[in-house]
Design a protein around this ligand. Structure first.
Ligand code: NOJ
Length: 515
């Protein structure tokens, strides 16, 4: 069982006072991460980039973005992390580059350049929408042609059907493996097999073929942990993990349950616990005998679960309940920076506080047809900046993140929600999570056991894990008391001190059953 801690370097820890986190900041916090029980650090992209999409627009895969440090800093991080038994996982964007990448610069300069075919061109313009809003085609006057960008226009899509493109990418991945990198998170990997036709786009046409090649050329027999960020049906995602083409595949169904189906990410609805239970159950049953799920609540794209679904007045109980509910399922644990002490989103803020290209694009488009309050509410729940605010280390100015001016506003709650307060207290989210991870790591039933849904009543999420022993997990998903007759058994961990005949707000328990 791996514990993968996701670091958003921009917001983790700034050691040179420029208001932006850096690799040295990660090095400084290695003991903190070791103490929590982390086995991998996933760094979101740290490569050279104009930062139009915060690093997911890479202009040179071989250079480290100066704002984060240097290649030497990365090597230093790999070596120091190793001493703490922590591996480094890089985040690679293989579907597109920045428009400032030399390949793209050459591609638009000269139709006859070998790099021209590294990208996807058309004059027929089948209707394709960019995930960041608007058309996915951008005109290049000098060529009288359009290129495809499924994200921002500064992120042209690579043409994976050109084998030179694939070989260049494999060479680069192997370069990092030789440097000592032990894992990769592969950005929108489901998109690399797409074929653009006159009618539109066939997203997965060559996916299997390219994934197999990627695996064989880069990962096979090298002990590399991979996770594909992929919007795939469960069946397909499971098959990739089960066949070990990828170690894991991120599934996003559970974080889309507060969206009106088919209406995109900004049309909101209340999360229904039954939907959540069904969604997790499907995953757990699918992965029962093979493959391994990736367990996560939030990331740099997914605002923090706490304030999004639950009552912030019960921060400690709500956050520890969420961790118990998810992390005791079968799967590798993903912790997004700050979740270990209960960071939450900014709440409702004015549009000028947002920095993210996606949020700004959405606002500009939506404000033409919707009232401002509704638009700001969608942003409050779904905009990515809410999970990207600076890490709250302590209650000093800027939450101890920087001595300069933070690149994105700090959540004002840092005075009481911060790492330093949590590690000093016995009854904190950090301490609870640390204990929970230790319990899981040392327990084969919780690692491998079968998952069985148990019905204990409305608003309760509950399941068993069964191997040689039988464990029962019970979570109150509400901020109200629920009467219950607890089954007999020994409590292994709980976020409340004493057992009673009711479940208190967000109470969570792990019990070893006697029967
Ligand atoms: C998914 C990444 O997580 C997100 O942050 C990025 O904007 C898109 N892929 C495009 O690379």
């Amino acid at each position: 069982m791996e514990v993968i801690y996701q670091i958003y370097p921009l917001s983790f820890l700034d050691t040179n006072g420029d208001g932006i986190g850096d690799i040295n900041g990660v090095i400084k916090k290695l003991p903190y991460l070791k103490e929590l029980g982390v086995s991998y650090i996933w760094l979101t992209p740290i490569f050279k980039s104009p930062m139009k999409d915060n690093g997911y627009d890479i202009s040179d895969y071989y250079q480290i973005n100066e704002m984060f440090g240097s290649k030497d800093d990365l090597i230093n991080l790999i070596n120091k992390a190793k001493k703490h038994n922590i591996n480094i996982m890089l985040d690679l964007v293989l579907n597109h580059t920045s428009n400032k990448h030399v390949w793209f610069k050459e591609a638009i300069k000269n139709k006859n350049s070998k790099y021209h075919d590294y990208y996807v061109w058309s004059n027929k313009l089948p209707k394709i929408q960019s995930f960041f809003g608007g058309s996915a085609w951008e005109y290049v006057e000098s060529l009288d042609k359009y290129y495809l960008h499924l994200f921002a226009k500064e992120q042209p899509d690579l043409n994976w059907h050109n084998s030179n493109v694939r070989q260049e990418l494999y060479k680069m991945i192997n370069y990092y493996i030789n440097l000592g990198i032990k894992g990769f998170r592969l950005d929108v990997l489901d998109l690399v097999g797409k074929v653009v036709t006159d009618k539109g786009i066939d997203f997965h046409k060559h996916l299997d073929e390219y994934l197999l090649e990627l695996y064989e050329e880069c990962f096979k027999d090298k002990g590399i942990l991979t996770v594909g960020e992929m919007n795939l049906p469960l069946e397909k995602a499971h098959q990739l993990s089960s066949d070990k083409i990828l170690s894991m595949v991120f599934q996003f169904d559970h974080v889309a349950l507060d969206e009106v189906k088919g209406k995109g990410k900004w049309e909101l609805k209340e999360l229904d616990l039954n939907d959540l239970t069904d969604t997790f159950e499907k995953v757990q049953l699918k992965y029962e005998d093979s493959g391994i799920p990736a367990l996560f609540w939030s990331n740099h794209d997914q605002p923090r679960a706490l304030g999004r679904y639950l009552n912030l007045e019960y921060r400690y109980y709500a956050q520890t309940m969420l961790q118990t509910l998810l992390y005791l399922q079968k799967g590798n644990v993903f912790i997004y920076q700050g979740e270990e002490f209960g960071m939450s989103g900014l709440g409702k803020v004015e549009i000028d506080k947002y920095k993210d290209i996606e949020a700004i694009n959405y606002y500009n488009e939506a404000i033409l047809t919707k009232d401002k309050d509704t638009v700001l509410r969608s942003l409050e729940v779904k905009a990515r900046d809410h999970s990207r605010t600076p890490m709250q280390w302590d209650n000093s100015i800027n939450a101890g993140f920087t001595k300069g001016k933070p690149w994105l506003m700090t959540n004002p709650n840092y005075t009481y929600v911060n790492a330093s307060t949590d590690i000093k207290s016995e009854n904190s989210i950090y301490m609870y999570l640390k204990k929970l991870l230790q319990i899981k790591k040392n327990n084969q039933t919780l690692i491998k056991g079968k998952y069985k849904r148990i019905e204990l009543g409305p608003n309760i999420y509950s399941y068993e894990r069964i191997l040689d022993d039988k464990y029962l997990i019970i979570c109150n998903f509400t901020d109200a008391n629920i009467n219950i007759n607890l089954p007999k058994g020994k409590i292994i961990i709980s976020n409340y001190q004493h057992k009673t005949n009711k479940l208190r707000p967000y109470e969570a328990l792990l019990m070893k059953r006697d029967d």
